[in-house]
Ligand binder design. Structure first.
Ligand code: E4P
Length: 217
């Protein structure tokens, strides 16, 4: 399973990269706005930090604009993936980008039928939003599971990128049902390593080790 960092914070991405915990990055317009930085510059920097896929989202809502913006984004670096909304125009643009060999991430997916359409359009990644479905009392993990079953039934190669993953439990659950990738905030990725029994165990071992009076080096 691949881990993508869902952030436009280049410092956080560089730190995760050093830890070897990040396989790629996803951004969206809200995350770019939060960074307060120039979009194209941020994407260029991120694409230079991680070798894996970096999703950059178009702002246009019509096919022609999506194609123009997507081409511009794809020119930034070879690892840039064009992120497109799951609309009819977005699906048409997905098909276009597939035909010219540009990778796509179809975002804002909230139903299994939408995920099926993205796969038929040739999306590289589909992003079902787990947390936002949970927010309205629906079941985000179930959508990942349904998408997995449908893609496996028909042998679609589109990768399931579980998005809006906000808690450690979300991650465990999407991993159990077979998501190919999970994209998460940087602090959540770091939090996955934490366990109170690990901390307590370290303290206990350290105390006993000191009592031996030995040193390894
Ligand atoms: C995915 O690509 C989105 O950027 C992201 O996962 C949305 O997460 P949120 O619902 O927590 O904003």
């Amino acid at each position: 399973m691949k881990f993508f960092a869902d952030t436009a914070d280049t410092t956080a991405i560089a730190e995760l990269h050093e830890l070897g915990l990040v396989d790629g990055v996803t951004t969206n317009p809200s995350l770019v706005a939060k960074s307060g930085r120039n979009f194209l510059q941020v994407i260029r920097e991120i694409a230079g930090i991680v070798a894996g896929p970096v999703s950059a989202e178009v702002a246009a809502l019509e096919f022609d604009g999506m194609v123009e913006e997507g081409q511009r984004l794809a020119e930034i670096a070879a690892n840039v993936v064009v992120k497109l909304p799951l609309t009819l125009a977005g699906l048409k643009a997905t098909k276009y980008f597939q035909s010219v060999g540009i990778k796509t991430n179809v975002t804002l997916c909230f139903s299994a039928n939408q995920a099926l359409l993205a796969a038929k359009a040739g999306a590289t990644y589909i992003s079902p939003f787990v947390g936002r479905l949970d927010d309205i009392n629906l079941d985000g993990v179930q959508l990942i599971q349904q998408t997995r079953t449908i893609y496996d039934n028909y042998g679609f190669g589109t990768q399931i990128l579980a998005a809006s993953v906000r808690t450690p439990n979300h991650l465990t659950e999407v991993a159990l049902v077979g998501a190919d990738v999970a994209t998460m905030p940087a602090d959540l990725i770091r939090k996955l390593a934490c366990h109170p029994l690990t901390d307590a165990g370290i303290q206990g071992f350290l105390k006993d080790w000191k009592a031996t009076g030995q040193s390894i080096l």
